[in-house]
Design a protein around this ligand. Structure first.
Ligand code: NA7
Length: 493
C-alpha cells in the first residue's frame, strides 16, 4: 500500500528540522512536517517573553554542520534563534514541506499494511510508513490551578503564551515561579513594573553569565574562516561537558567540582545581595545539578530594588485583584505572570496517543512498566516509529547534541533498511532491556541518586522518582553509540 507520505514528522522545531535534513541526505524525499503552531521554530517560535535568550552559548547551541557566524552575542537573544530556524529550514528546502496549524491527536500502527495512521484535530487522518515525533520536551505549558484563579480580573500571562501587546510598565505584577524562564524575565520586569512580587517555591542555583556582544570583526572572521568558530565551539562545548555532563553524571568523582560550583553561585549571590535573610531565602537546599542550573548577572540584583519583593510563604488563593499568601497576607496586583514551566511527564510522554503492535498504548506501557527507549529513540512493539523526545534521550549538554546523535542513528538505521531491501524496523525487546539496564547502572553514579535532590522539584525526575530524562553518557560516547549500535538490535522486514 502506498502511504500518503513515506515519512511524517510531527513538530517543526529544531528536532523535526534536524530529522528532515537527515532524511533529505538519505535521498528520502517524500517527507511532510506537521506543526501545531502557526510557524516553525518550536520553543523559539512559541516563547517570546521579555528577556528570552539561550542559556547555552550560541556557538554550541546550533547545528554543528550549520554554524551561524552572525550571532550578535555569546548568548543570543530568542528572536535570533527563531531567525536561525527559518534560515536552516529555507536552506534545506524544508519550508514547503511544512504544514502549520495541524495538531496531531493520535497515531495507530497497522501490522497488515505496515503503515501508521495519524489523526489530526480537524478530524482528518493520513498514513505514513515512518513516523517521527519531534514534539519537544518543554512544549506543554503547565498552568497550576490555584484556588480562586478564575476570579482574577487582571491580566494573566503564561511565559509560553506571552502577549506582546502587554506592557508591564507601571503595573503591579506578580510572577509565580523561579525557574530558568523567571530568571530571565524577572530582571526585565523589575526595571519597568511599579511593584513586582515574586512567588518562589524552590530557590534556583544561579551562576554568573559570561556574556558579551560578539564584535562585527569577529563575526566576519567566523564567516571567512569557519575553522575559527569551530575552535571556539570546541572550547565552549568541552567546558560545558565538564560542568553539565561530567559534573552531573559522575557526581562520585566530581563531588569537589560540584561543591566548587555551588560555592561560586553562593559567592555570586553574596556579591549582589547584602541582606542576609534575603540571601538565605534565595539559597537552594539541594545539590547543584539536580535541576537545570541557570546563568544570570542581574537576577539576584533585581531583588535588591525597592519595587521588588520575594515571597516564600506560598500562595493561599487568588482573589479578583490580589494574591493571598499562604500565611494570609493580601498582595494587590493587576498582572499575574505564570512562569510555571511545562508539564513534562504527564502530557508529553508521549504528546499524543500512540498505539503500536498488539494495540499497546505507548503512554500506558511507559507508565505501567518504566519509562524507556532504546538509545533514547525507538521502542519495541512500535515499528517504524522514531520518538525524538523520549526517556533517556536528552544529552545534558544541548538539544543540538541530542538531535545530531539521533540524526546519526536514523542514518545508520535507514542505511541498513535500504541494504536489506526492507521497509519495516523494530528494536528487539532484548536490546531495549539491555539499554535500560545500562542507563540505570550509569545513573547510579549521578547527582540524581548520590546527591541530595530531595525538594529540588526537578523536571529531570518523573513521578516514579526516576531521573529518566538525561542520557547518562558523555557526549562523545553517545555520538559514537549512535554511529555504531549493533544492527542486530533491530529486526527488519
Ligand atoms: P521550570 O524550570 O519548570 O520552572 C517552573 C517554575 O514554576 C519553578 O520555579 C516551579 O517551582 C514554579 N511552579 C510550578 N508550579 C508551581 C506551583 N503550583 N506553585 C508555585 N510555583 C510553581 O520552567 P521554566 O519555564 O522556568 O524553564 C524551563 C526550561 O527552559 C529550563 O530548564 C531551560 O532549559 C529553558 P518548583 O521549582 O517546582 O518548586
Amino acid at each position: 500500500m502506498r502511504p500518503d507520505n513515506e515519512v511524517l514528522i510531527v513538530g517543526a522545531g529544531f528536532g523535526g528540522i534536524g530529522a528532515a535534513i537527515e532524511f533529505a541526505s538519505l535521498g528520502i524525499d517524500d517527507v511532510a512536517i506537521v506543526e501545531r503552531e502557526d510557524d516553525l521554530g518550536g520553543t523559539w517560535h512559541v516563547n517570546h517573553y521579555p528577556g528570552l535568550a539561550v542559556d547555552i552559548a550560541s556557538v554550541t547551541y546550533s547545528y554543528s554542520f550549520e554554524p551561524n557566524p552572525f550571532w550578535s552575542r555569546l548568548f543570543a537573544p530568542g528572536p535570533e534563534l527563531k531567525r536561525y530556524a527559518e534560515h536552516v529550514a529555507e536552506k534545506y528546502d524544508l519550508t514547503r514541506r511544512m504544514e502549520f496549524g495541524t495538531s496531531v491527536t493520535g497515531a495507530r500502527w497497522d501490522d497488515e499494511s505496515g503503515l501508521w495512521t495519524v489523526s489530526t484535530a480537524d478530524g482528518a487522518t493520513r498514513t505514513c510508513r515512518y513516523l517521527v515525533t519531534a514534539t519537544g520536551f518543554l512544549s506543554q505549558p503547565s498552568t497550576p490551578d490555584f484556588p480562586g484563579m478564575d476570579t482574577f480580573t487582571g491580566t494573566v500571562l503564561h511565559t509560553a503564551a506571552w502577549d506582546d501587546s502587554v506592557d508591564l510598565t507601571g503595573r503591579r505584577v506578580a510572577v509565580i515561579g523561579t525557574g530558568a524562564t523567571a530568571v530571565q524575565l524577572i530582571p526585565e520586569a523589575a526595571e519597568v513594573a511599579a511593584e513586582l512580587t515574586v512567588f518562589q517555591r524552590t530557590p534556583i542555583w544561579v551562576v554568573p553569565k559570561i556574556d558579551f556582544p560578539i564584535p562585527r570583526a569577529v563575526q566576519r572572521l567566523f564567516a571567512r574562516i569557519p575553522a575559527t568558530q569551530r575552535a571556539v565551539r570546541l572550547v565552549n562545548t568541552s567546558l560545558l561537558e565538564m560542568l553539565m555532563v561530567f559534573g552531573v553524571l559522575h557526581f562520585r568523582q566530581a563531588r569537589l567540582g560540584n561543591k566548587a560550583g555551588a560555592l561560586l553561585a553562593r559567592a555570586h549571590l553574596r556579591a549582589q545581595v547584602s541582606d542576609a535573610d534575603l540571601r538565605r531565602r534565595l539559597t537552594p537546599h539541594y545539590d547543584l545539578g539536580c535541576k537545570r542550573p541557570t546563568f544570570s548577572n542581574s537576577y539576584f540584583r533585581a531583588y535588591t530594588r525597592p519595587n521588588v519583593t520575594l515571597e516564600t510563604d506560598g500562595i493561599g488563593r487568588i482573589e479578583p485583584d490580589a494574591v493571598v499568601t499562604g500565611d494570609g497576607r493580601r498582595i494587590e496586583i493587576d498582572t499575574l505572570v505564570l512562569a510555571t514551566g511545562f508539564d513534562l511527564w504527564d502530557t508529553n510522554f508521549p504528546a499524543f496517543e500512540i498505539v503500536g503492535r498488539d494495540q499497546l498504548s505507548l503512554g500506558a506501557w511507559w507508565r505501567e512498566s518504566r519509562f524507556q527507549a532504546y538509545q533514547g529513540i525507538t521502542m519495541p512493539r512500535y515499528p517504524n516509529l522514531l520518538s525524538l523526545n523520549s526517556p533517556y534521550s536528552y544529552s545534558g549538554l544541548s538539544y543540538f547534541t541530542t538531535i545530531e546523535g539521533q540524526m546519526r542513528h536514523i542514518g545508520r538505521l535507514f542505511g541498513e533498511l535500504r541494504r536489506r531491501g526492507a521497509s519495516t524496523f523494530e528494536v528487539t525487546g532484548e536490546a531495549n532491556d539491555a539499554f535500560l539496564d545500562e542507563v540505570t547502572d550509569h545513573l547510579a553514579d549521578s547527582v540524581f541518586y548520590l546527591g541530595n535532590c530531595a525538594g529540588s522539584h526537578s523536571y529531570y525526575f518523573n513521578h516514579q522518582g526516576e531521573a529518566a530524562l538525561l542520557r547518562p553518557n558523555a557526549t562523545l560516547t553517545t555520538l559514537r553509540a549512535m554511529d555504531t549500535f549493533p544492527l542486530d538490535d533491530y529486526r527488519f522486514h
